[in-house]
Design a protein around this ligand. Structure first.
Ligand SMILES: NC(=O)c1ccc[n+]([C@@H]2O[C@H](COP(=O)([O-])OP(=O)(O)OC[C@H]3O[C@@H](n4cnc5c(N)ncnc54)[C@H](O)[C@@H]3O)[C@@H](O)[C@H]2O)c1
Length: 268
């Protein structure tokens, strides 16, 4: 039976991907910052009929020891890790670069960029020994060079993730490791991520202009996860780019926006 480990998976995209891997009979290891959130998520996942196991482990991706422990825990309990997804992420506050504190900048870079780099390094060492496996990193705003006030540090981290992941795929191929590396591009998803800047419970009110764009281009994470998980399960190629919101799809969404009125932000 195949196994998948997903960081930052107590909620949002990570949790939705965990559900779908479970439906596909994978063993699933979810991990995140807080045990109580993981217990709730595990209970939800256990409601899904599956031949696979579901396990959880606390892992703060800014701590390399935590990532190492997550790898050991998954290997000891499941015997192998077939797919590893560096999904954990934080958004940045909606401020210009010079208005951000050093602490706010550090957090975004430590989680979104360094967390994925160290995660990739450690799981690569593990998978090289096994001569197989797949590693996926998550792209985001900025990966395609887009720029917007209030997303510069996050965008810098995601632009770097794209370069880093392509470089890792190239090195894996040159060294003939047997490990494939790929990028997941989820577009825009309506998750806590976009309304809760740093994941600290503090809600941010999005500007009307931003809401308009999100209503046109955004999707619920369940929809995006289905596309991404199918892509990963079927992918055999190194350096794959599994992209939900392609330029063509985005253009179509804008063209048809007048007929497709969606409002993700309406008070329930
Ligand atoms: N929501 C979007 O529009 C969007 C778009 C493109 C890419 N992404 C990316 O998708 C991924 C998932 O985002 P989401 O929308 O599901 O966000 P989310 O906030 O719902 O989930 C992110 C998860 O990561 C966890 N996390 C935060 N810091 C962590 C740390 N140090 N260690 C471990 N876990 C940590 C959080 O607790 C949370 O459970 C992120 O990498 C994000 O950058 C999101």
């Amino acid at each position: 039976m195949k196994s998948v480990v997903i960081t930052g998976s107590a909620r949002g995209l990570g949790f939705c991907m965990a559900k779908l891997f479970r439906e596909a009979d994978y063993n699933v290891v979810i991990s995140d910052l807080f045990e109580d959130k993981l217990v709730d998520a595990k209970n939800e996942l256990e409601k899904i009929d599956s031949k696979g196991k579901v396990l959880y482990k606390v892992c703060n991706v800014t701590k390399s020891n935590d990532i190492g422990d997550l790898i050991d825990f998954s290997d000891e309990n499941l015997g192998n890790i077939d797919i590893w997804i560096n999904n954990a992420g934080v958004n940045q506050p909606d401020k210009a670069i010079w208005e951000l504190s050093e602490k706010e900048i550090d957090l975004v870079l430590d989680v979104d960029l360094k967390g994925a780099i160290i995660g990739s390094k450690l799981i690569m060492e593990y998978m090289i020994k096994k001569k197989r496996g797949a590693i996926y990193n998550i792209e985001g705003y900025g990966s395609n060079d887009a720029m917007m006030l209030g997303l510069s540090i996050y965008g810098s981290s995601k632009r770097s993730i794209t370069y880093f992941t392509q470089a890792l795929a190239k090195e894996s191929e040159e060294r003939n490791t047997g490990v494939i590396v790929g990028r997941l591009s989820p577009g825009i998803m309506i998750t806590d991520f976009i309304t809760n800047a740093l994941g600290n419970g503090e809600k941010i009110e999005l500007p009307e202009k931003t809401k308009k764009v999100y209503n046109i281009l955004g999707d619920y994470p369940e929809v995006v996860a289905e596309f991404l998980v199918n892509g990963m399960i079927n992918n055999k190629k190194n350096n794959a780019h599994i992209e939900w919101l392609t330029t063509r799809k985005a253009a179509w969404r804008f063209m048809t926006a007048g007929f497709n009125k969606r409002d993700f932000f309406k008070e329930k």
